[in-house]
Structure formats: C-alpha cells, structure tokens
Design a protein around this ligand. Structure first.
Ligand code: AHM
Ligand code: MG
Length: 335
C-alpha cells in the first residue's frame, strides 16, 4: 500500500544505486523525460480544443507526413534534454541525423545518448486515440570529451541502460526500466505528479490477445499467415481475441497487462517491416524482456541485432513468451 503512494521523483532517488553507473546522470535523464512528458501531455490533451492537429507541411525522413504535435513533441523532448546538459547526443525518429550536444562550456563531457520516437502513432491524434513517446538510453562508446559519433548510437539493444515509454491515454503513464524490472507511474493531472501505480510489471507467460494489422494479411509471409490461422482456430483457449489499436505503445501496454502478442511483420509492401529498430523495437524489447516477455524479428532476438543505420526497420514480434515462441515456430516451419 505504501509503495503505491510513492512519486516518480522519490522512486528515482531511491533506485539510483541500481543503475549500472551511479553518477546521477541517468536519474537526471529520467527526470527530464518526466518533465517533457508532462508538457507534451498537456498539449496532447488540448489537441481536440485548439487548432494544432493536422499535417505541419513537413515530411520526415521516412517520407510520412508529420503531424504538428510530432514536431512539437520532438522539440520539447530535445530541448529539455539539451537544456539540462545531461546527454552528449540525441537521435529522434523525426530527425534525419543525430544531434551532438555539448555543454555550455563547449565540452563533450556527458556520457549518455538518448534515442526516441517523440510521438508514436500520431495519426491517431485527430480521432482521440492514445499515442505514446518511446525512449532508449545508451552509454556512449567513444571517449568522453570528444563529440559523439554514429557509433555511439548504433549499439545493439543489449547495451541499453534504460528504456521507457509514455502513454497519453485515458490516463497518462510513464513506464520504464533500467534493467531491474519494469515500473509504471500514473500522472495525477491535478497536481502534475506521477505516482507509482504499477510496480514490477510482468507479462503473463501466455496470453489470449493477438495484435496485428490483418488488413495486410495477403501481403504477409506464410509463417505469419499460419500463425494467424492458429490464433483463430477453435481449440483449447482459442480462438484468441484480436485487438489492434494501431498505436504501438497502447497495443503493447495492453498486452503487457492482459497477456498477448503484438506483430508487425515484413510484407510484400514493407519488405523490412515498418517499425524502427532504434526508436521503437529496441526500447520496447528491453521493457518486454524486463517484464518477462519476449521480443524477436520472428527468428532472432531483437536486442542482439547489430544496427547498421539509425532509421533501420525490422519486423517485430513482441509479447507473452509462449505466444512469441509459438509464432516463431510457425515462422521457422514456413522457411
Ligand atoms: P509512426 O511511428 O509513423 O507513428 O508509426 C508507428 C505506428 C505504430 O504505433 C503502430 O503500431 C503502427 O505504426 C501501425 O501501423 P499500421 O497502420 O500499418 O498498422
Ligand atoms: Mg513511431
């Protein structure tokens, strides 16, 4: 009961010694994400009231229209991290290249890089459906004191020191891990404070929800088609329930709480899948594994993939361990 009243701020201080390198910097990064999340939350909540929704007229590197709120969220998260002088580099799904951050004294003395998708699922905003922010933190690999390089960002997901997401939903939550389990905090909007509401979140080992955009069925690889048919078959606890919001954070958040699998496979239309390894799959995979679930590209563990470019796409199978293993069985069989 006492746990439930803890604020995120208190929790961060208490857990600081858990961090792999306990210098306080990682705590400050989580703190600034907490602050930026509150600002973006305020704006997202107002989206239906003010003329802020709609395309901003810019196209991001993936060639998709950026919604105005994407641009806003991108700026807020980047500015908050830069102003606090706690990271040496930032990469965002909304920007072509990474940003090198140096201190006000022009030094490059910070140790961490942050990668993020500032507002995922933003095509859902104008219909009042939940969207999210996803972030991933790595310790740089190049020497402190020098400007960051691409090498600092292109690390396999196993090297993440923290990852999390914010879900702007019926209530706003911040869920994160530093490699010691997953904890979820719910924002009390009246006083602007996140409270620990979901301590030690765990995926059920098995589940009954499958989440995939079945409209693309004809374009899916045979293994995925076979798995979908398996989910729909009448046997044991099947057919499973199909739930697909089309907002990654919300779909995975629900599946983590209720037990399920999320799949965004390759297709003849999207040969590498749609989701980005560095901004979406790695952080979600880290959280999922820390919650006892499993994340793969259908064959290989997501966290062990060696990234080759910042905006790389990968197929994504993520959720309850037994469900992902079953889907992988179908993928292997169809090879
Ligand atoms: P985005 O980063 O452009 O917002 O796209 C990512 C989103 C995910 O949130 C969601 O799971 C997926 O795209 C939905 O794609 P689709 O509409 O093809 O099913
Ligand atoms: Mg996205």
């Amino acid at each position: 009961m006492e746990e439930r009243n803890k604020t995120l701020g208190e929790f961060i201080i208490e857990k600081q010694e858990d961090f792999r390198y306990s210098t306080g910097e990682l705590s400050r990064i989580i703190n600034s994400i907490r602050l930026a999340a509150k600002v973006v939350n305020y704006k997202v909540n107002k989206a239906g009231l003010v003329d802020i929704i709609g395309a901003a007229g810019e196209v991001n590197i993936q060639g998709e229209d950026q919604q105005k709120l994407d641009v806003y969220a991108n700026e807020i998260f980047i500015q908050t991290l830069i102003n606090r002088e706690i990271v040496c580099g930032i990469a965002s799904e909304e920007s072509d290249d990474f940003i090198t951050v140096c201190g006000s004294d022009n030094s490059h003395s910070n140790k961490y890089v942050v990668l993020m998708d500032p507002l995922d699922g933003s095509s859902n905003i104008d219909v009042n459906v939940s969207v999210g922010t996803i972030f991933s933190v790595f310790r740089r690999v190049t020497p402190v004191g020098t400007p960051v390089t691409l090498e600092d960002f292109l690390q396999p997901g196993t090297q993440q020191v923290a990852a999390g997401y914010v879900i702007y939903g019926t209530s706003t939550m911040l869920v994160y891990t530093t490699g010691h389990g997953v904890n979820g905090f719910t924002l009390n909007p009246a006083i602007g404070t996140f409270y620990l509401s979901h301590p030690n979140m765990k995926f059920k080992e098995d589940g009954t929800i499958y989440s995939i955009n079945e409209g693309n069925y004809v374009h899916f690889p045979q293994g995925v088609k076979d798995y979908i048919k398996y989910c729909q078959m009448e046997e044991g606890n099947r057919p499973y329930t199909s739930r697909y919001i089309g907002s990654l954070v919300s779909d995975i958040h629900r599946n983590m709480i209720k037990g399920g699998i999320y799949i965004y496979p390759t297709s003849s239309k999207a040969p590498d899948g749609k989701l980005r390894l560095m901004y979406e799959c790695n952080p979600m995979a880290f959280i999922t594994e820390q919650a006892g679930g499993k994340a793969s590209d259908g064959f290989r563990r997501i966290l062990e993939l060696k990234p080759t470019e910042l905006h790389q796409r990968v197929p994504f199978f993520c959720g309850s361990k037994k469900m992902v293993e079953k889907a992988e069985e179908f993928m292997a069989k169809a090879e």
